[in-house]
Design a protein around this ligand. Structure first.
Ligand SMILES: NC(=O)c1ccc[n+]([C@@H]2O[C@H](COP(=O)([O-])OP(=O)(O)OC[C@H]3O[C@@H](n4cnc5c(N)ncnc54)[C@H](O)[C@@H]3O)[C@@H](O)[C@H]2O)c1
Length: 318
């Protein structure tokens, strides 16, 4: 099978490329290196099962040409990371809306199955406990850049779903909750690599807000297994699945765990949200996935603990 992975030089997309090639599939990666980079795919360069094309999902003729040449499209390209979205809200919206529209249009024109990578951000500030695929979306003003990623990704899902419902396109949607592991970078606002990187240099670890906010982290290797199970199954057509780990930890406890596991002498420093982001930035107190649907339909559960995640990221950064 030949796959086109948009955003395949990014964190999750490059791990998906590795896994597909390891099982004998062919992969074409389309990436513009905006947040991804060539190091993530250097192990694949020269492999006859692999091809890299530098370009954008906003280039519809290129996207159509590549889509025609493959059997299946996996759409991971997006403007991601809190800092990217808050700093460049308009560019991010255009990438996330028009880019996905292009991917769906091309997939429909050539009748190719497509997987859309969505996000737990679509649930917004719904803090009512474990969120399942039917949970409500709770958002602030559309004029706040904070919510524009959530809005764009939710429209992407709707568009993908109605391509399935109205045009019979073979669509699958996955909603990643915090996914972490080797190759993820901290400078776009990802908390675990940011903490591990500071700990390895014995620099202060900056916790935004009180640190009592909690999160759940899923190892990218577990997420990749889930994605392969989703794309390989007919039971997943026209469906959306949460992918995440439901083990919860506060951000302050995470900082301590990172310091302990890396044997670091880093100190924890707390910074007001207003200093880290813009005034009025809203963070979420909790974000927990309900993963019972993917467990029931495909038998998938995450296998790797937070300690394994921290150790793997530290090994990678060293
Ligand atoms: N990592 C997570 O925790 C997480 C959580 C929820 C959803 N997701 C989703 O998973 C997908 C992959 O995210 P990631 O964490 O690997 O981030 P990433 O930034 O590492 O990957 C995104 C990739 O898309 C590329 N890209 C951006 N704009 C592009 C364009 N116009 N044309 C071509 N390529 C472009 C980037 O260069 C990058 O390689 C995204 O769709 C994201 O929304 C990730």
């Amino acid at each position: 099978m030949k796959y086109l992975i948009t955003g395949g030089a990014g964190f999750i997309g490059s791990h998906i490329a590795d896994a597909l090639i390891a099982r004998g599939d062919y992969v074409v990666v389309l990436d513009n290196f905006s947040t991804g980079n060539s190091h993530n795919i250097e192990q694949l360069v020269g492999n006859p099962q692999f091809e890299f094309v530098q370009g954008s999902i906003l280039d519809l003729p290129l996207l159509k040409q590549l889509t025609e040449s493959v059997d299946h499209v996996l759409h991971f390209a997006a403007a991601v990371g809190v800092f990217t979205i808050v700093d460049k809200p308009l560019e991010s919206l255009i990438t996330n809306l028009r880019g996905t529209e292009n991917v769906l249009e091309a997939a429909h024109q050539y009748g190719k199955p497509v997987l859309i990578a969505s996000t737990s951000e679509i649930y917004g500030k719904n803090g009512s406990g474990a969120l399942n695929e039917e949970s409500d979306r709770v958002l602030g003003s559309p004029l706040k850049s904070r919510w524009s990623y959530s809005e764009a990704k939710a429209i992407d899902e709707s568009m993908a779903y109605f391509y399935f419902a109205e045009k019979k396109l073979a669509v699958r949607i996955v909603r990643f909750f915090n996914t972490v592991g080797p190759r993820q970078v901290g400078h776009y606002g990802m908390v675990v690599p940011r903490f591990v990187s500071a700990a390895l240099k014995n620099e202060p670890i900056t916790v935004y807000g009180t640190g009592s906010q909690s999160r759940c982290f899923c190892h990218v290797a577990d997420a990749v297994t889930a994605v392969l199970m989703v794309i390989d199954s007919d039971l997943t057509l026209g469906e959306v699945f949460n992918i995440g780990n439901d083990e919860e930890i506060t951000i302050e406890a995470l900082a301590h765990e990172v310091i302990d596991l890396t044997r670091s002498s880093s100190q924890i420093e707390k910074v007001l949200y207003e200093k880290a982001y813009a005034v009025g930035f809203e963070d979420l107190q909790r974000r927990i996935p309900d993963i019972s649907k993917i467990k029931k339909v495909l038998g998938w559960t995450p296998k790797r603990s937070l300690d394994v995640i921290i150790k793997d990221i530290a090994d990678h950064l060293k």
